[in-house]
Design a binder for this molecule. Structure first.
Ligand code: TXA
Ligand code: MG
Length: 341
């Protein structure tokens, strides 16, 4: 099959056929685009790692279209897990379960005895899973280390030569990857923060805890993928502390160093500095974290690909609470933890 097709919803049958033939198809979800392949086909899954340049010890999420799709893989589903699925699926919540030995290839599980599952909230992709009759691995459809893709164009930029095609369903709505919750421990543990917050989860189950790594960033993360360098554009990114808002002094310093400056922030923050900086990518109108989550990866890609003349980017931060935790987890990585002080 010819590579790098851009498919629409109307081409679902063709995309499903490619999946059945062991090819790679990028699919839309509410979070980010995923790089899909038949999760039970070892050869196809190995191609997913190769296409992304992803380390092979980093396990994949299996995307399903109904809770019944879990049956061949997961022996036991706890009451809490059932309640979470009923409440949040389809949606941006990934659940990790113990799986039946040998029910999935070790390429999919990264050799672990557990596996992550999620039912994405996207009709086309649920249709792709149903039409192909296959459950799909779906790491974010970017080159490893780059910001996750929130449009079909981002996917083709990174992976055009390596995939049969991408199903274009416009820009994703959430913009950051799903919350990953480990159900194999008690109480369940958040390994990656996302749009579904600890408080959201605790409206359904009594207790969740956070991986220590998310609180201190010092200990080793429990999700293998959280330890890798991520989201960082070529250009250095510095965070501006939301509690200090020292944009003025950051811009004066960078100007005195002769740097071309990019801002990644709200319209209201950027407004006084438009004459002094070289480019701005707006994350929101008036600094709301939800819109900023939605635009963040596009903005990081903008300074990586579209405007390569910029020497330094200053990025907006938010309080590390609620959905701000998910935003800040990605922003800290993109800035290699650096604040302008
Ligand atoms: O929103 C999303 O979750 C997107 C869309 C496409 O669904 N997918 C996604 O996949 O972000 P990926 O592969 O980029 O991230 C999966 C994360 C990684 O950090 C991985 O280490 C962790 O989940 N993970 C997967 N299986 C795991 C397991 N069995 N135990 C611990 N962590 C696991
Ligand atoms: Mg990823």
């Amino acid at each position: 099959m010819e590579k790098g097709n851009k498919w629409t919803v109307a081409d679902l049958a063709q995309a499903a056929k490619a999946i059945q033939e062991g090819e790679l198809v990028a699919f839309p979800t509410e979070t980010v685009y995923g790089l899909g392949a038949d999760a039970t086909n070892d050869t196809a899954v190995k191609q997913v790692y190769a296409a992304k340049g992803r380390p092979s010890d980093n396990p994949l999420i299996v995307h399903i279209a109904s809770q019944d799709d879990l049956a061949p893989f997961v022996a036991e589903i706890s009451v809490s897990a059932k309640q979470l699925m009923d409440h949040f699926w389809p949606g941006p919540l990934t659940l990790i379960f113990d799986i039946q030995e040998g029910s999935l290839p070790s390429s999919t599980t990264g050799g672990l005895t557990t596996c992550a599952f999620r039912m994405p909230d996207n009709k086309v992709t649920l249709g792709l899973i149903e039409t192909s009759g296959k459950v799909l691995v779906g790491p974010s459809a970017n080159t490893s280390g780059k910001p996750s893709p929130t449009t079909a164009e981002h996917v083709l930029h990174d992976l055009e030569d390596n995939i049969a095609g991408v199903i274009d369903d416009g820009q994703t709505t959430v913009g950051l990857e799903s919350t990953v919750l480990d159900m194999t421990v008690n109480p369940p543990m958040i390994l990656r923060p996302g749009a579904i917050t600890p408080d959201d989860l605790m409206t359904v189950i009594p207790e969740v805890v956070m991986d220590d790594h998310l609180v201190s960033e010092s200990s080793q993360p429990k999700a293998p993928g959280m330890k890798y360098r991520h989201y960082a554009p070529e250009v250095p990114v510095y965070m501006i502390d939301y509690a200090v808002q020292n944009w003025q002094s950051a811009i004066e310093w960078a100007t005195s160093e002769g740097k071309k400056i990019g801002l990644l922030c709200s319209e209201s923050i950027a407004k006084p500095y438009l004459e002094e900086v070289d480019d701005v990518y707006y994350l929101s109108k008036e600094s709301d974290v939800k819109s900023s989550m939605h635009q963040l990866f596009s903005g990081l890609r903008y300074f990586d690909n579209q405007n390569e003349s910029i020497d330094i980017v200053f990025v907006e931060t938010f309080a590390d609470e609620g959905i701000g935790m998910a935003y800040m987890n990605r922003v800290r990585k993109s800035a290699s933890q650096r604040y302008y002080r």
